[in-house]
Structures are given as structure tokens and as C-alpha cells.
Design a protein around this ligand. Structure first.
Ligand SMILES: Cc1ncc(COP(=O)(O)O)c(C=O)c1O
Length: 489
């Protein structure tokens, strides 16, 4: 039951007399395990107080750093290996290979150490030195690959892992991005644990999305128990999940500093049918929240925990009410981030220590335009028609829609290129849309928009039904910030 406390362990004030019989074991204290693998899972659920002080809702954290190799990934490592053994895919003396940002590697290396397998891990170079060192400490071989290459590039960490699997005899590819034993682990363990820990009284579950195994497995379990439970994903600026969830379109991903969550492709372990909403966070708020979790809540946790908590609080601010019970999953420990998030020099160099100057929200930015009908063109409209719309309204880009949903943005530059190429004018514009746009909603912070505009040319504002209601350009942002600065001066 939640909150039930065991009585304190009796003090041994009087040492037992020599030769006295051993005391009988109280089964509630009898926590002796046959191996460290039996310690995986059953992690604590801890209520947050300080970082949530302006909320009426209650937020609990599922603290996965309590797993023996330090993260939520111990769970999937154990299940993936055991299932592969059962299926005969993993044979004695095999080498386990994985593309991992570190935590899955630690889990696999721990399980492999006990079961006598060798391990090779492929990691992108943005991952912290502590993570690499930890994997080597488990006896693993670590191969580093460049971060700034496409997933399909032969140098990418996915391609390198695949090549190593092909080249290594008796190897097994754990493949956490496409192995359905990953989400199944959470369906079988983490989901039921949460349900038991809160005796079914849970309204919202929030988690970051990497492979999507955590959110898809827990989401599926909780929805089966009670379909009303809201499952909320947290995605960093730069990843494609947020835009994909809200529009079904793949926009251009770009790099970000946060480790562990967000993707530049769609893994098959990410199942959006169990996800009700996705909120977006930026590097700075993630790292500042990570520090607050340690300093104010005493939770010694890592960067994706700050991301998940910042996202959870953002979601709860919109849906806050007394009695609402939410759980956020915190995937790993602070240990692996000492040289970055907990290093003041690194934080300062990257601009993550400066206090946040609130510029308000997108809703305020488009305030006086609200109610005005957005100019759009249908995806099946022909080039000539779209040119007419751009000319008539004196605009350089226009959202393209199909059945009221955004399918992309058409830029005049693309139309010009097309005209110069001599392409026919009867092509539907749906084929000419550009991926260099992002989506936001009225609650998106202007600071987050600023970051998005380092990469994207325009932002399309979506309403609650994900229909486009406005389009924001860099000039709109410059205008808004200049006016805000003038007011402050
Ligand atoms: C630190 C950290 N947090 C969160 C996640 C995301 O969990 P999942 O892959 O189950 O979506 C990962 C996955 O790599 C991770 O390493």
C-alpha cells in the first residue's frame, strides 16, 4: 500500500550471547537475493514537493536510478536477454552488440557479466565520458561514432552496430529500437508496479521518449487498467516526435545537447496509440530542472529526469486541479552527468546557467491576430492556384492542408525553383511542401520558439485539435521581442 511504513529494525543494544540461536527472520526484512539480477525493478515512488509547489496536483516520481546498473534500462536488458535465450537467438559464449546511449549498455553489460556473454557497444560522441568509462568498467568494448550524421549514414551509430553484428561470429543484436521485448518489459514490470504502488489511483503518466519502450509499454498497461489515464510524452526541441505526434508529418530533426530522449527517426518500439499528448522542452529548462531535482528534492538523478519533470510540470500547469495524481518516470542517476550538468563551467559555457527571462507565450504573440482566418492551400491544389494565393495575400509561404490537417508548408522559393526547372504547373502542391517548419501551440514559450527558429524558417500554430490556426515567421518573432524590450526599457 502506498505510504505504509515498516517498523524500525530493532536495535541490537544487547549483543546475542555466544552460541545463542540465530534470531528468527522477519520476512518483511528478508531482502536477500540470489543474484543482482533479482534486484532489477521494484523501484521507489517518491512524491515531489518543492518543484511542484505552485501546483495543486500531486506529482510522484518513479525513481529508476535505484536499479542495480543505475537506470530504467536494466529492466529491458534483462528481459531482452532472457527472451533471446528462450528463443535460442542467444547462444553460450555469444557477443551482445547494441547501439546505446549508455544506459542500455550498462544494463546489458551487467546481465552479460553474470551470464558469461561478451559485449560491444556503439555510442555517439556527444555522450558523456562517464558513460563510456562505466561501460568499459563492466568489461565491454566501446565504439564511438559521430553524432552529426543521418541515421542511414554508414558512420551513424545504428549503421555501425549493424555492420559489427554482420562481422562478428556468434553475435546477438539487442536492437532496443526495434525489439518488441523492450516495450513488453514495461508492460510486464514497470506498468504493474506503478498500478500497485498507487493502488490504481493514477490520472496521468508522463515520461520522456527515446526508443519509446517505456511510454509504450507502461501506456499500454495503464490504458488496459483504466483507459481514462492520460499518457503524456516529453520531447526535446530538435527531436521529431513532437511535430510527428501533432501533425503526422516528419519535420527536419536537428542536434541538441540532452542525452537519452528524442529521436531523428521513428523506432518501431514507439507506439503512439497509447500516447494522449506530447509536450516539448528545451535543453536549458531540462538541465536547470535536473539541478533542482537534486538540490530541492534530494533526488540524485540525470538529465532526462529533468526533462521529464519539466515536461510533467508544463503539462500539469495546463491541467492542474486538486486531487489530480500524476506520475513522472525518472530514468537514471546524476552520476553519469558530473562533467556536464553538474559542472558549473560547462553549464555557463553553454548558456544554461543564465536566469530564464520569460518572454511569454506564443498565444500572446499572436494575440491581436486571433480570430483572423489563416490563409491555407489544399494539398491537391495545383501550382498555379497556390501562386495566385501567395500573390493575392502578399505572402511568401503558406500552410498546406488535407482534410483540415497540416501536411507541410509551401515556400515561394520552392515555387521559383520549380518554375526555373521548367516543371509543369498542374502538379499538386502537396508534392512540393518543405520540411523546414515546426509546429507550436499557444502555450509554447517564446524562448522555446526562439530556439526552434535557429533551424526552422517558420512555425505553424496548431489548435487543440491539431488544426493550423496561424503561421509565425522570424520577422514576427523579432517584432515581438523588440516590442517586449522597448516596454522593459
Ligand atoms: C537517460 C535516458 N532517459 C530516457 C530514455 C528513454 O527511454 P525509452 O527508450 O524507453 O523511451 C533513455 C533511453 O535511451 C535514456 O537513456
Amino acid at each position: 500500500m502506498p505510504g505504509t511504513k515498516l517498523p524500525p529494525v530493532p536495535p541490537h543494544a544487547t549483543p546475542p550471547a555466544p552460541g545463542a540461536p540465530a534470531p528468527s527472520v522477519d520476512p518483511r526484512y528478508h531482502r536477500v537475493f540470489s543474484s543482482i539480477l533479482d534486484v532489477v525493478g521494484d523501484t521507489p515512488l517518491v512524491q515531489l514537493h518543492r518543484v511542484t509547489k505552485d501546483l495543486q496536483s500531486t506529482l510522484y516520481a518513479k525513481v529508476e536510478a535505484y536499479n542495480p546498473a543505475g537506470s530504467v534500462k536494466d529492466r529491458i536488458a534483462l528481459h531482452i536477454i532472457e527472451q533471446a535465450e528462450k528463443r535460442g537467438d542467444l547462444k553460450p559464449g555469444a557477443t551482445i552488440i547494441e547501439a546505446t546511449s549508455g544506459n542500455t549498455g550498462a544494463g546489458l553489460a551487467m546481465v552479460a557479466a553474470l551470464k558469461g556473454y561478451k559485449t560491444i557497444f556503439v555510442m555517439p560522441d556527444k555522450q558523456s565520458e562517464e558513460k563510456r568509462a562505466a561501460l568499459r568498467a563492466w568489461g565491454a568494448q566501446v565504439v564511438i561514432t559521430p553524432t552529426n550524421v543521418e541515421a542511414e549514414d554508414p558512420r551513424s551509430y545504428y549503421s555501425t552496430a549493424k555492420r559489427l553484428v554482420a562481422e562478428t561470429p556468434n553475435s546477438f543484436y539487442a536492437n532496443q529500437y526495434h525489439n518488441q521485448d523492450n516495450p513488453e518489459t514495461h508492460y510486464l514490470t514497470t506498468g504493474p508496479e506503478l498500478w500497485r504502488q498507487l493502488a490504481g489511483e493514477i490520472d496521468v503518466f508522463i515520461a520522456g521518449m527515446g526508443t519509446g519502450g517505456t511510454i509504450s509499454g507502461i501506456g499500454r498497461y495503464l490504458k488496459e487498467q483504466n483507459p481514462k489515464i492520460q499518457i503524456v510524452g516529453v520531447d526535446p526541441v530538435g527531436s521529431l516526435y513532437y511535430d510527428f505526434f501533432h501533425t503526422g508529418q516528419l519535420t527536419q530533426p536537428h542536434t541538441y545537447v540532452l542525452e537519452g530522449i528524442g529521436e531523428d527517426f521513428l523506432p518501431s518500439t514507439m507506439d503512439f496509440q497509447y500516447v494522449d499528448d506530447v509536450v516539448r522542452v528545451n535543453d536549458k529548462e531540462c538541465f536547470q530542472m535536473t539541478r533542482r531535482l537534486v538540490r530541492e528534492e534530494g533526488l540524485y538523478v540525470g538529465g532526462s529526469c529533468g526533462a521529464a519533470a519539466a515536461g510533467a510540470i508544463k503539462y500539469l500547469r495546463r491541467h492542474d486541479k486538486a486531487g489530480l495524481r500524476a506520475v513522472v518516470l525518472l530514468p537514471d542517476s546524476a552520476t553519469r552527468y558530473m562533467s556536464k550538468i553538474f559542472n558549473d563551467a560547462w553549464m555557463r559555457e553553454n548558456g544554461f546557467l543564465e536566469p530564464e527571462t520569460s518572454l511569454g507565450h506564443v498565444g500572446e504573440m499572436i494575440g491581436d491576430r486571433k480570430g483572423r482566418k489563416l490563409v491555407v492551400v489544399r494539398a491537391d491544389a495545383k501550382v498555379a492556384e497556390a501562386v495566385g494565393v501567395l500573390k493575392l495575400h502578399g505572402i511568401s509561404q503558406v500552410p498546406v492542408v488535407s482534410e483540415g490537417k497540416l501536411v507541410g508548408v509551401l515556400f515561394e522559393k520552392r515555387l521559383l525553383e520549380r518554375a526555373l526547372e521548367g516543371g509543369p504547373a498542374d502538379v499538386p502542391v502537396g508534392e512540393l511542401v518543405d520540411a523546414s517548419y515546426c509546429t507550436v501551440d499557444e502555450d509554447t514559450e517564446v524562448t522555446v520558439l526562439t530556439e526552434l527558429f535557429r533551424r526552422f524558417k517558420v512555425a505553424v500554430v496548431l489548435d487543440e485539435k491539431n488544426a493550423p490556426v496561424d503561421i509565425i515567421t522570424r520577422i514576427d518573432l523579432i517584432d515581438f521581442i523588440s516590442k517586449a524590450n522597448a516596454r522593459r526599457a
